[in-house]
Ligand binder design. Structure first.
Ligand code: MG
Length: 337
């Protein structure tokens, strides 16, 4: 499509309660919007959110980059190839690229008189997801778990704390909902020895988890490999996995069993799809996740999850936290259509 004009905007998402991890606490945030329109008046709208603690961007930088890309793109042909070249060589934040990629996807669907789901040829209207249990006091867990009792899988955020306290958190959740599947995500807050000891303790107590996600610093690929080598528990890379190159490095180090792929890290749908396929071809399990995003981010991530791994339990609970969500969550499933 040839871009005649662009419009850059923003809206605010408010959560029902704070989303607290070892990296950040979020309650309300802006979603940037990027609209493109062609000479026939057909438009496409894409969205992006900033996650400074993870992506290193900011809402102001996304806005600035969208303005400078607008100058570059108006009057030109926009294609998936053009976007992937911008994402490789332009030095832009992947979130900014995601907004442009999603605008093109939305445009392509509209120019076929379809919605994005129809355009991508996905018939499944739901996807299984975990729900996050944020960092909290142990006394708050009963209320938090009860609110989430219709989910079957919990992703538990833990912080840099004593082994005993982190384990008690887990044991309490197990008591409250014994048949829930558990995943643990310290968001880089631990080190290698702590992670290995933690997994040994879980073993001793007979607590099974689906995976331990990104326990250590995102650049410590060797450390992640050491944790994997020393435990039977599966390891997931999240903050270590932004790009195709990162997947190659993770494979080279044999650092993980799973990767968590998100539109805002990979630069939109087309890059995330290519990364997911590459990871799967090389024997990794892919989980599709999201940041705390807007409705479009959750919708497209849900579609990507259904395209890649329709029966897996992904990490797409963000819209469950919205005060005003377009989607419903029923029995641990995101219903995006
Ligand atoms: Mg994570």
């Amino acid at each position: 499509m040839k871009i005649r004009a662009t419009t850059i905007g923003t809206y605010t998402v408010t959560l029902t309660s704070p989303f607290v991890t070892s990296l950040r606490s979020v309650y309300e945030y802006p979603v940037s919007t990027f609209a493109i329109v062609d000479h026939d008046g057909i438009n496409g709208i894409g969205e992006a959110v900033a996650t400074p603690a993870i992506v290193g961007d900011s809402a102001i930088e996304i806005d600035r980059e969208l303005h400078s890309l607008s100058m570059l793109l108006i009057g030109k042909e926009l294609s998936v190839d053009e976007i992937s070249s911008l994402s490789r060589t332009g030095g832009y934040h992947p979130s900014t690229i995601a907004a442009i990629d999603l605008a093109l996807l939305d445009y392509q669907a509209k120019s076929h008189n379809q919605n994005i789901q129809q355009y991508l040829g996905i018939s499944q209207n739901f996807i299984s997801t975990d729900v996050t249990i944020p960092i909290c006091e142990i006394n708050d867990l009963e209320k938090i778990v009860t609110e989430r009792s219709h989910f079957k899988t919990f992703k538990i955020k833990l912080k840099d704390d004593s082994l005993e306290r982190n384990l008690s958190q887990l044991i309490r959740i197990k008591e409250l909902q014994p048949d829930a599947s558990l995943r643990i995500d310290p968001n880089q807050a631990w080190d290698v020895p702590y992670s290995i000891r933690f997994l040994e303790k879980l073993d001793d107590k007979g607590i099974l988890i689906d995976y331990l996600e990104q326990p250590i610093d995102r650049y410590d690929f060797a450390g992640l490999a050491e944790i994997k080598k020393n435990s039977k528990t599966s390891i997931m890379a999240d903050e270590s996995c932004f790009s195709m190159n990162d997947i190659s490095t993770l494979l080279e180090y044999r650092a993980c069993d799973y990767v968590n792929i998100k539109l805002m890290k990979s630069g939109g749908y087309s890059n995330a799809l290519a990364m997911s396929r590459y990871a799967i071809e090389n024997g990794l399990q892919v989980s599709i996740g999201s940041m705390m995003e807007g409705n479009q981010g959750i919708y497209v991530a849900g579609l990507l999850a259904a395209a890649i791994s329709p029966f897996y339990t992904h990490d797409l609970d963000a819209a469950w936290w919205f005060t005003d969500s377009k989607f419903s969550y029923v029995n641990g499933e995101l219903r995006y259509a």
